[in-house]
Design a protein around this ligand. Structure first.
Ligand SMILES: [Mn+2]
Length: 411
């Protein structure tokens, strides 16, 4: 147990997980991580730690957890340690069930989570202990603290800082809570320096010769924009060895690809591809955004929501095909689409004042009706995964729910 955390509940849970791992023998460790900066940093920290402990370690980068993906990842594997990080908090039971006890599963996630009481799974999730994973602890910090308790890995503290900044944990001016413990370690080892700019802290990372926010942006570009071209591999490599010319060149290329694709799509939408309902205007990009991952549909909706061709009294919704041929994983038997919702600024104000129901209510509701999975839900921004072919039914269902809730409000 680390001295600054004496009697800390999260550390106690980590200690228990460590004991759970140590009680079994593994040759192979499989790290399943998310594809944004936080997920990449967490993956890199775990990769470095477990390979230095002498284990055969492999990383698998995914955008979303879906039973079909988990099945594919776990098939033909036994007696391995699977670590899921920056994702899977809510679906530990599904993963444990699919695995069927062949392997040991460890979940290190800072998102909302569910505890699972099963022999083959250990869940370390601050949200289960009342610690906000959205504010005080990123997945990279969680991975760092876990690894620090297992081996001597202080040099990865700066990756935890980059991951925390990648998830905007510095939004109040600086990173807080557990994230700050990692920052402290990085400062003590001379790896990081705080620079105060106005009312905000920035973290300069010595080995990258760059600020954490800039590095995080590069990593998210490699992992999310370059998901289907496997550029997350360059991202993991950059986390461990720094950015070489090749990685930097790729970051620039990917940014250009994104801008180009976004520009073309905006032209098409202006030319009349936007469908208008009573409460939402929507469009479907199909596979036009390939090779970019499905995270970009949210970025795109966010980009256009206040443009002049958008009706500011209606929500904006975009669908993007989830390409079922995953890099390094292969074809999965599931055809899905991601849908992202955003609110133009005037509508955003109405949602925040309570005049219009929030997406945190309407989107999960409609998603459940078409048997989809809510992905991320906030009042003015939300996303879900649904089966392909159900897009029209989903929009119709969502409109009905809105109609009902607006009637209740007397609008
Ligand atoms: Mn995260």
């Amino acid at each position: 147990m680390l001295k600054e955390f004496l009697k800390d509940e999260l550390l106690e849970v980590m200690e228990k997980a460590k004991k759970g791992i140590c009680s079994r023998e593994f040759e192979n460790v499989v790290i399943v991580h998310h594809n944004d900066a936080d997920g990449l940093c967490a993956g890199a920290i775990l990769y470095k730690t477990f390979s230095e402990l002498g284990m055969k370690t492999k990383t698998i980068c995914i955008e979303k957890v879906h039973p079909a993906i988990v099945e594919k990842i776990h098939e033909n594997r036994k007696d391995a340690l699977f670590i899921y990080t920056d994702l899977a908090g809510l679906v530990g039971d599904v993963i444990a069930e699919i695995d069927g006890g062949r392997n040991l599963i460890l979940i290190l996630d800072h998102h909302p989570a569910k505890n699972v009481e099963k022999e083959n799974i250990l869940v370390v999730a601050p949200e289960l202990l009342g610690v906000s994973g959205d504010v005080f602890v990123s997945a990279s910090t969680l991975a760092y603290l876990f690894c620090r308790n297992v081996a001597d890995v202080k040099e990865t503290a700066s990756l935890a800082v980059i991951g925390s900044v990648g998830d905007y944990h510095d939004r109040s001016g600086g990173i807080l809570g557990y994230d700050r413990v990692a920052l402290q370690d990085a400062i003590e080892s001379g790896e990081a320096k705080i620079k105060i700019e106005g009312s905000r802290e920035r973290y300069f990372i010595k080995s990258f010769n760059e600020y954490a926010d800039v590095i995080a942006d590069y990593l998210t570009t490699l992992g999310s924009i370059g998901y289907y071209t496997m550029d997350y591999k360059l991202g993991i490599k950059a986390c461990l060895e720094g950015f070489d010319d090749k990685a930097m060149q790729r970051v620039e290329e990917l940014k250009r690809i994104k801008e180009e694709k976004f520009k073309n799509k905006i032209k098409e939408l202006i030319a009349g591809e936007l469908r208008k309902e009573k409460f939402v205007q929507w469009f479907h990009v199909g596979r036009d955004f390939m090779p970019m991952g499905v995270k970009v549909i949210g970025l795109f909706c966010h980009l256009i929501k206040d443009m002049s061709f958008v009706d500011e009294s209606k929500f904006v919704a975009g669908f993007q095909d989830f390409h079922p041929e995953l890099p390094e994983i292969g074809k999965i038997p599931w055809q899905g689409v991601k849908v992202s919702f955003r609110a133009p600024a005037p509508l955003e104000r109405k949602v925040l004042s309570g005049e219009v129901p929030g997406l945190d209510v309407t989107l999960p509701w409609a998603t459940e009706r078409v048997k989809g999975v809510a992905d991320a839900t906030h009042r003015i921004a939300a996303a879900s995964l649904i089966d392909k072919g159900k897009e029209e039914e989903f929009i119709k269902t969502w409109e009905e729910i809105m109609e009902k809730l607006m009637l209740k409000r007397g609008k």
